[in-house]
Design a protein around this ligand. Structure first.
Ligand SMILES: C[S@@+](CC[C@H](N)C(=O)[O-])C[C@H]1O[C@@H](n2cnc3c(N)ncnc32)[C@H](O)[C@@H]1O
Length: 493
């Protein structure tokens, strides 16, 4: 694990000054209020660390915005205190001590290597270490942490064209595009299409967008539809307003939103240019929201980041040689237009919990505000979160979000995936699966084995941040049932 200064700088959203008992500190946080690092000031009595730069892998944001793991998650340093101690000792030991320690380590490695081949990096001789940076909003089911594993599996089957069928934030599409694959992205959400156009289709340069964005940042704030429905006064710390509703943004930011969104429609931009500017607006709003990462409810107390003034930045654009495609719609419709070597499917996960209402994780409902900002259609809204009426449970359901069983006794979500595989012409498919739909893991495995040849599967334990590939066993099933597992299946058809 190495401290990545550029990464830390890029991800710093807030710097707090604190006068601790002994030392004054500047603490650096990311946009989710995750700790990145701190700089301490002590007098001459303080030791070197107490006077300098301080990082703490345990406290550091789960997204590791300040660190770069040279093992890409093979080893989780945040929980490995012993390893940190080992390094600390290594720094003050003589060459002789190092040689002896190395001998002991070699003996120690032999046993686990024999027992669990899957955990040795030699299994992945071509592991992609320099996987590209991507950009996106906070998103339930985002594959940010899983990216190295997805790319690694894809690399094995050497596709030219990759279809990202449930693209969401488009992080997976962005990564594939930067690695030189031709990408076709698709999602049912309109804002995902906007992200897709921004990152995959843009040919304009940063300077062009910087001028537009500077102009938008300088617009005077104004009251409008967004402020009326989603803007709240600081009110001390409570986000509950006179109308009894909690709000996702503070009023200084919704006033900016009202002014900027109106202006964007007046600018003479083509579809792709407009998508870049709208993406910039959404990313800026995501940095100052007062939510837990979705808009189906809002926090009781304003989040610290919501006090910040939103500022648009040019999105992280990159150049591509390939002519990518951006589709938008229900996968069962778009799949027919797709000609790709590899399809990556990351559908919402059906849960087996029959007691849960269908509104559990419903993407249209969770991210209704991104849809409204893109469409700017001032829709009729309902409920405490003021959702668009067209995101009500009866109107906006996806077959993949179904938690019930069909008459045949099988989970509808699994049947939907089976139907999708039957319609997919790609030779290879990677399917993401989360243990939040745990009881279906075995069923899914069986169904997938029947739909093609199972080339590989990978289990990533989010909590321990380790990865394993091995035969499907009962042990796996038991572990998956404990939760926190992400599975990736690679199938050849
Ligand atoms: C688990 S998320 C995908 C996350 C994405 N891989 C990422 O890293 O951001 C599932 C996505 O499926 C989309 N979705 C749900 N039903 C769909 C359907 N019938 N057709 C296409 N997309 C759908 C949702 O809008 C959501 O973005």
């Amino acid at each position: 694990m190495v401290f990545d200064f550029e990464k830390a700088k890029e991800n710093t959203a807030k710097i707090c000054f604190e006068t601790g008992k002994q030392h004054q500190k500047f603490r650096f946080y990311d946009k989710l209020d995750g700790f990145i690092c701190e700089v301490r000031y002590g007098d001459k009595k303080a030791n070197a660390l107490q006077r300098g730069f301080w990082t703490d892998t345990k406290k550091e944001s789960a997204l590791q915005h300040g660190f770069t793991s040279i093992t890409k998650g093979w080893v989780d340093y945040s929980e490995n205190r012993l390893l940190v101690e080992l390094f600390a000792h290594a720094l003050i030991t003589t060459r002789n001590g190092h040689a002896k320690a190395l001998e002991n380590l070699k003996i120690d490695i032999k046993a686990p290597k024999k027992k669990c081949k899957c955990m040795t990096p030699s299994m992945f001789p071509d592991l992609i270490f320099n996987f590209p940076e991507t950009e996106g909003v906070k998103y339930a089911g985002s594959k940010l942490k899983l990216l190295p594993y997805i790319l690694q599996l894809a690399h094995k089957v050497k596709p030219k064209t990759v279809f990202d069928g449930f693209a969401g934030t488009t992080r997976v599409s962005q990564a594939f595009a930067q690695l030189g694959y031709k990408v076709i992205s698709n999602d049912i959400a309109v804002w995902s299409k906007i992200f897709g156009l921004c990152y995959l289709k843009n040919r304009g340069d940063r300077k062009f967008y910087q001028e537009i964005i500077d102009q938008l940042n300088f617009l005077p704030e104004k009251d409008g539809w967004f402020t009326e429905n989603y803007g709240g006064l600081p009110n001390g710390k409570s986000s509950s307003e006179n109308d009894g509703f909690k709000k996702p943004w503070q009023i200084h930011n919704t006033r900016k939103l009202d002014a900027i969104r109106e202006e964007i429609d007046k600018l003479n931009l083509d579809e792709i240019e407009k998508a870049v500017v709208l993406t910039s607006l959404i990313l800026a709003l995501d940095r100052v929201d007062s939510t837990l990462g979705h808009f189906s409810s809002y926090l009781n107390e304003w989040s610290p980041r919501s006090f910040n003034r939103m500022k648009l930045k040019v999105p992280r654009l990159f150049e591509s040689e390939k002519e990518h495609e951006v589709l938008s719609g229900d996968i069962f419709k778009t799949i027919e237009k797709v000609d790709a070597d590899l399809a990556y499917f990351d559908p919402p996960y059906g849960s087996n919990n029959e007691k849960m209402p269908p509104s559990r994780v419903r993407y249209a409902a969770y991210y209704h505000l991104w849809t409204t900002i893109i469409l700017n259609d001032k829709p009729k809204v309902f409920g405490k979160a003021k959702r668009r009426t067209d995101t009500s449970d009866t109107l906006a359901s996806s077959a993949f979000e179904e938690f019930r069983k069909s008459d045949s006794g099988r989970f509808m979500a699994v049947e939907a995936i089976e139907k999708l595989l039957a319609k997919t012409s790609a030779k290879h498919v990677i399917l993401s699966y989360s243990s939040s739909g745990k009881a279906t893991a075995e069923e899914l495995y069986e169904m997938l084995s029947q739909s093609g040849k199972m080339l590989d599967f990978v289990k990533v334990d989010y909590k321990r941040n380790v990865m394993a590939t091995m035969r499907w066993t009962n042990e796996w099933t038991r572990e998956i049932e404990k939760g926190n597992q992400e599975l990736l299946f690679l199938i050849q058809r």
